[in-house]
Design a protein around this ligand. Structure first.
Ligand code: PMP
Length: 330
């Protein structure tokens, strides 16, 4: 018999697949790592498990405790999965730009969800950072994982994502590309790949135009899960060699192309990462091997990026049914 003892035993060991169609003008190998195949549907399952393990060991999380976290959804799902297995309650705080589909998923796992306005500064008492701080103070036995500062986030990627990529490429990887949100993925995976390769792997971060990592001031963008208006502790700016900024329009057009042309249904931050990756890949020789991490699946975005009416309402009128997305990018 071949089975896992618990759903959390299925976290990690996600596959790599080669891109063929969106890479028409590119000589090198471009592989994407499909994090939506984690049981909770995103890369965040990895950090959730590592963070809860560490909190239990440190005594921050006791039997019957409550996990309180500001999360755009994916970290919540990961935490909810692991919490459920171990008997903890979850309260999640999400900004109102997050799709209702994602919020419904959190509630389906049994979590409580508090929705806060996106259009307030981070230090406002209404911001999702502030609301979650207050809940963590007021709920007895509460533990706040704080994915933005918790070193176990990047550590989980250092211990799992990085070694998986090195193993699956037989050590031939030359470039690693990932979107930057908390910075945990790029910091942990990038650090491992730099170390194991004797600094031969080039690490490329991708963020939305306007976000701080590429020199912006936190101007709003619609792509979810990536970009920040403050610098989190989970991000080590010494790890990436470069940061590429990508517009919402380019990110969303590529997200739709990945589904229609590659059969890969992923979220907007995945499309964003691929746009940044291809920009770098265009200048690379045939021998280069690039790995791009795709953080989550596309089902949480059917009412947004994949919905023509929603796209048009935000002025992305070029990407509509009837017009091929290749035309839009041309
Ligand atoms: N994409 C999505 C959809 C995410 O939820 C996140 C996590 N915030 C990221 C990308 C970025 O990952 P990280 O926080 O590790 O930088």
């Amino acid at each position: 018999m071949h089975f896992a003892d618990s759903i959390t035993d299925l976290i990690g060991d996600t596959p790599l697949v080669r891109l063929h169609r969106v890479t028409d003008d590119i000589a090198c190998t471009v592989l994407v790592k499909l994090e939506y195949l984690n049981p909770g549907g995103s890369a965040k399952d990895r950090i959730a498990e590592r963070i809860i393990d560490a909190a239990e060991k440190a005594g921050h999380l006791q039997p019957g405790g409550t996990i309180v976290e500001p999360t755009s959804g994916n970290t919540g799902v990961g935490l909810a999965l692991v919490a459920q297995q171990r008997g903890y309650r979850c309260v999640f705080v999400v900004p109102d730009k997050v799709g209702t589909d994602k919020i419904d998923v959190l509630r389906a796992y049994g979590a409580d969800v508090v929705v806060t306005p996106t259009s307030v500064p981070a230090d406002s008492p209404e911001s999702y950072y502030s609301v979650s701080d207050r809940l963590a103070r007021e709920i007895p036995g509460a533990f706040k994982p704080n994915q933005y500062e918790n070193p176990n986030g990047p550590r989980s990627h250092y211990e799992t994502t990085g070694p998986e990529i090195w193993r699956d490429t037989d050590g031939t990887i030359t470039h690693f590309v990932a979107g930057v949100g908390t910075g945990g993925t790029i910091t942990g995976t990038g650090r491992y790949l730099r170390e194991v390769s004797g600094d031969a792997v080039r690490i490329v971060g991708v963020d939305p135009e306007g976000s701080v990592y590429s020199g912006g001031t936190g101007r709003p963008y619609l792509v979810e899960g990536v970009g920040e208006d403050i610098w989190p502790g989970a991000y080590d700016p010494a790890v990436p060699h470069e940061i590429v900024a990508v517009s919402d329009a380019e990110a969303f057009a590529m997200t739709r192309r990945l589904a229609r042309e590659e059969g890969i249904l992923v979220g907007g931050s995945s499309g964003m990462a691929v746009v940044g990756a291809l920009r770098v890949a265009r200048a690379l020789p045939a021998e280069a091997v690039m790995v791009v991490l795709l953080p989550d699946g596309g089902r949480g975005y059917l009412g947004k990026i994949f919905n023509d009416g929603w796209m048009r309402s935000y002025g992305f009128s070029a990407v509509e049914a009837g017009e091929t997305v290749a035309d839009v990018l041309a």
